[in-house]
Design a protein around this ligand. Sequence first.
Ligand SMILES: [Zn+2]
Length: 311
Amino acid sequence: MLLLHSPRFSEHCPPPGHPERIERGEVLEAVAGAFAAGGGAVREPRMATREELALVHTAAYLDAIEATAGKAVMIDDDTYTSPESYDVARLAAGATIDAARHAWTTGESAMALVRPPGHHAEPHKAMGFCFYSNIAVAAAVLRAQGAERVAIVDFDVHHGNGTQAAFYADPSVLFISSHQYPFWPGSGADTDRGSGAGEGFTLNLPMRAGAGDDEVLGVYERQALPALEAFRPDVVLVSAGYDAHHRDPLGGLRMTTAGFARLSEMLADAARRLCGGRIAVVTEGGYDLGALREGIDATIEAIERSHHEVP
Ligand SMILES: [Zn+2]
């Protein structure tokens, strides 16, 4: 397994008291450091290019974010830049593309340990701590380079509205999101299933507040895994948010670290069966630092374990 990480992910600095804080970057740094110390491969990512970002985002939006370079700007009530954020956000998108390309081209797994997160950023706007839609850009790059079917699974406690928006009418990208509902950002009803040719290629799995491992893993068994099987993806990308953990201060679900381990194992096993183990994971939310660390470690262990089993 390859990890993509940069110490620069701690340089994006929202105002004091903001949950998406630099200490989250220090958790990512600690995970990457421990992985490298154990002999694992950790690679420094590069920044996404404007051409890559433009596969998902509008030119006017890319110009607006570029204009925040070197400045601290409040974009909305949740979303702030600091002088380094423009570079760091491009690095997060680049790491996600690199992870996805590694999985797609080598058949090995990869995980991008990044912040800021990406799944709330829509083609034309920043939102919910997110500037670039990291995983959507990565999926679009793989499509442009020849992948015919890309599956995206998002288990962050919040609905991945940005990822959904990028591919809502596109049957070549299956988007599956489990999330607390009703909840911020408000989208993600199970009746939202895609539009036009993309109808049936968006699968929203809303969870009631208080749902725990059994309920979440149950909807993956009954709905997400069969949808993945039917889609036959060339590669599986995962938006890994750990804010569905019961200790998370923002989310209202009750998952445990063992639940994240089991869910990660299910997704890795599905990728092994369906697409030669081509799975790439990118971090999204997760605001309890201990739960974030435990969850990421559980995902890495589960994917490595799955890949060492005989197919
Ligand atoms: Zn979240």
